[in-house]
Design a protein around this ligand. Sequence first.
Ligand SMILES: C[S@@+](CC[C@H](N)C(=O)[O-])C[C@H]1O[C@@H](n2cnc3c(N)ncnc32)[C@H](O)[C@@H]1O
Length: 239
Amino acid sequence: MYKEIVIRKNIEQHMRELREWLNETADMELEEMGDFFTRRIGDYEEHMAVWSRAYQRFAQLLPADTKSILDLGCGTGLELDEIWKRNPEISVVGVDLCQSMLEKLKEKHSDKKLQVVCEDYFQYDFGIEQWEAVISFESFHHFLPKQKKVLYDKIYQSLKKGGLFILGDYIACCEEEERLLQEIYFQKRKKSGIPEERFVHFDIPLTLEHELTILQEAGFLNIRQIESMDGATMIVVEK
Ligand SMILES: C[S@@+](CC[C@H](N)C(=O)[O-])C[C@H]1O[C@@H](n2cnc3c(N)ncnc32)[C@H](O)[C@@H]1O
């Protein structure tokens, strides 16, 4: 069991604004994942500044004595900026499929123990019982439950016993949000004839209940922490 938390303060207003946005963007074609972020690299960090408090909080969830982490979908490393402020010696492997995001990360942190891997995290080998902590911020909400299950299994296997998976992500505030976004996602993919294996940028968050079910199915039993800040929900689970 976990303590109920507030994902959105005003669900009605959030759903109304979401429906309006979906109507306004109804004719917009989906963009391929890497292309989406490459096109927006110029103002990406400014756009994500709404989560500056959440990035700080996310960094606090990582134990201060952690020596090395794997960051999945690290992008330009906004979460890493905060983690390195607290722990400048930590060594990081950052995986992202978007080369331009990784270039920016390297530019910002040339003095840090950082290895970047430009690869799809579904393909990248996370290793076995290798990590003290695996982290991911605002990346996995682009994927369906069956894809998350594959990722969470891989993360579980890659963690040392007692290791932490720290997830910060967009969580649906109600089943209606989850259902509506998946419906539109499938409609848009079908309309543009996008093959199943191609990644596109469209948000399909799960409810907290559904997210936790997949984590538990992967073997994570000890839910250490769940909290939400400015629309980003943070979940810490232990192997
Ligand atoms: C919204 S950004 C978040 C980046 C960073 N974690 C942050 O919070 O600023 C999502 C990132 O996930 C990456 N991404 C999405 N799907 C991926 C995949 N299958 N493999 C690797 N990276 C992926 C994107 O390229 C993008 O950089």
